[in-house]
Design a protein around this ligand. Sequence first.
Ligand SMILES: [Zn+2]
Ligand SMILES: [Zn+2]
Length: 391
Amino acid sequence: MIDSIRSLAQGLAQETIETRRDFHRHPEIAFEEVRTARIIAERLTALGLEAKTGIGKTGVMAILDSGKAGKTVLARADIDALPVQEENEHEYRSTIDGKMHACGHDGHTAILLSVAKILVGQKDNFTGKVVFVFQPAEEGAGGAQAMIDDGALDGLTVDHSIGLHLGSMMPTGAVALRCGPAMASADKFEIIVTGKGGHAAMPQHSIDPVLISANIIVALQSLVSRELDPTDQAVITVTSIHGGTAFNIIPDNVQLKGTLRTFNEETRQNLAKRIAELSSGIAASMNGKSECDFTFGTPTVINNDKMTKLLKKTFEKDLAEGQVIEAPQIMGGDDMAHWLNAADGCYFFVGAGNEAKGTNYPHHHPKFDVDEDAIPLAVELFTKGILEFLA
Ligand SMILES: [Zn+2]
Ligand SMILES: [Zn+2]
């Protein structure tokens, strides 16, 4: 049975790749995945499944019930593209200006559709239910949370969650998993530093928010280097600074924006608090004021130890020695975190980087692409993973 999954996935290779290319030609960004959602729903309906659309605006779900009592496994694919102008020249390049599948979610969508097709055919060979989740707006726009808020999990008792990400930074054929915290939480902050505007030549009559901001930016870097346990990990990056209009005017205020990434919830809460305290403390000491608006974004992606080990063992059974590797911890975030918080499971990576084919550009790059040879393997492993979690 397991071996036949490989041949079924291989048999669907061409179809999966064609589907992926179609999504690639027609990218839709966060919460605008109308065409993508329509095609997903059509495909699921054609498989005899009841597709529920409009969950979290553009999310689609379907449940495959084996008719036999058992576990419920949630299988998730993200479906959104990015506001990137594609610079590839291949025939399936984006036909929409300024939008591109630059993270591989076109692949994820096509892969999960083929997984659904295989599992529908294997219905007699497993027990329980599979919940297929096609999630919009993974790229920083809160699609998972939107689906959950819209009732995606209502009335369901999900035992395990599973998902995959194609990775251009790993060679085609490599499969990577990691127990525990695998991807960082991704939060944002905005700091408004208020001083008192005036003449640049007479600073004694002003409170200079530019100088206060400069001190805040430098001091924020001391949080990670001086307040964090050196064996723990976090990054604070100030990415935006706006203030002032002219060379001879001290402005009233300056606006800073930035992000906090970490793997540990306690560290996250503490640093969020310290970013606000430190900036307002520095501003106060310089006679100004600072207000920090901190927005908690995607939590840490945490892979359940037991489920991850189980998946690793399952994958290793049919793959070559050394093909399954330990994934590095990634400071980037992914809102798969919410599905894993709802039910113990694993988010794993399938390598799709191939220098000879030019598919080794980083994710979100205008020349990003995936080696399509990775796609049948991804279908095979995703299917086997779901079956293993159901068993
Ligand atoms: Zn991305
Ligand atoms: Zn992604």
